[in-house]
Design a protein around this ligand. Structure first.
Ligand SMILES: C[S@@+](CC[C@H](N)C(=O)[O-])C[C@H]1O[C@@H](n2cnc3c(N)ncnc32)[C@H](O)[C@@H]1O
Length: 237
């Protein structure tokens, strides 16, 4: 009998936003695995720390964040091979994933490598978009609104097209792209409708109108844009 691969969502950072199911699975796990940037503490592990037992075996996958895909792909190959070793011994492996595993989550790279060979369970988590909207007090979408999630890493033409098409927009992976995105939203006349959210639900959370956002943004930041409030949300007084 081989073990089961379990991807657990941890939510956006506040440990209170871990679901009961994820917490229970982490606490019971004999083996856990999680990504970390080389030489840094894993954000996912930090969120889940209170639920990890001292005798849990930990597989740390050091994933370099480089523009080329090769080094990260090689790191996921290695991580998947180490997880497969544990699964072949019959142990379940619980993979920690910030936010939701299937929403831009690194778990997807392991899922792609292992799902054909092993039983898999995925436990959803609170996404960073839900968390940012809640913390900023900005409803995301109502009635017939459409919503776009746009990585800031895309080129300007694509980002502009996607913004045109949606009523509500979440721009992720802002980081070093902040200046470019700010200029783009300004050119579209959307600065006033945009809010900047960094480290949502964490102790160093920052929420500001985009016009007041700092000059540089951390990786864990996003911009929410709501083009027009739905009249349903704003009943006439
Ligand atoms: C690789 S994606 C991971 C998304 C995650 N799986 C989720 O469900 O939200 C990383 C991006 O999510 C956003 N993000 C994740 N956590 C965040 C937080 N606590 N505050 C603001 N943005 C966050 C940032 O835009 C970051 O660049």
């Amino acid at each position: 009998m081989t073990g089961k691969l379990v991807g657990v969502g941890l939510g956006p950072g506040d440990p209170d936003l871990i679901t009961l199911k994820s917490a229970r699975l982490i606490a019971a796990a004999k083996v856990i695995a999680y990504p970390a940037l080389p030489g840094t503490e894993s954000f996912a592990r930090r969120i889940a720390a209170a639920h990890i037992s001292d005798d849990t075996h930990e597989i740390v996958m050091e994933i370099p964040m480089t523009p080329e895909r090769g080094p990260a792909q090689a790191a996921y190959d290695l991580g998947a091979a180490r997880i497969a070793e544990a699964l072949d011994l019959g142990d379940d492996v619980v993979v920690l994933c910030e936010g939701d595993p299937f929403f831009y989550g690194s778990f997807m790279y392991l899922h792609a490598r292992l799902a054909a060979r092993y039983e898999v369970d995925v436990v959803p988590g609170v996404t960073s978009v839900s968390a940012a909207a809640a913390r900023a007090g900005r409803p995301l979408a109502a009635r017939n609104d459409t919503m776009a999630t746009i990585p800031a890493t895309l080129d300007d033409v694509t980002i502009r097209e996607r913004i045109y098409q949606a009523d509500s927009i979440a721009i992720l992976k802002v980081g070093r792209h902040l200046g470019r995105i700010r200029a783009l939203l300004s050119a579209l006349g959307l600065t006033q409708q945009a809010v900047y959210v960094a480290h949502a639900t964490l102790g160093d959370e920052v929420i500001l109108p985009l016009s007041d956002a700092p000059a540089s943004a951390p990786y864990f930041s996003m911009i929410l844009v709501t083009k027009g409030a739905d009249p349903w949300l704003n009943p006439p007084s």
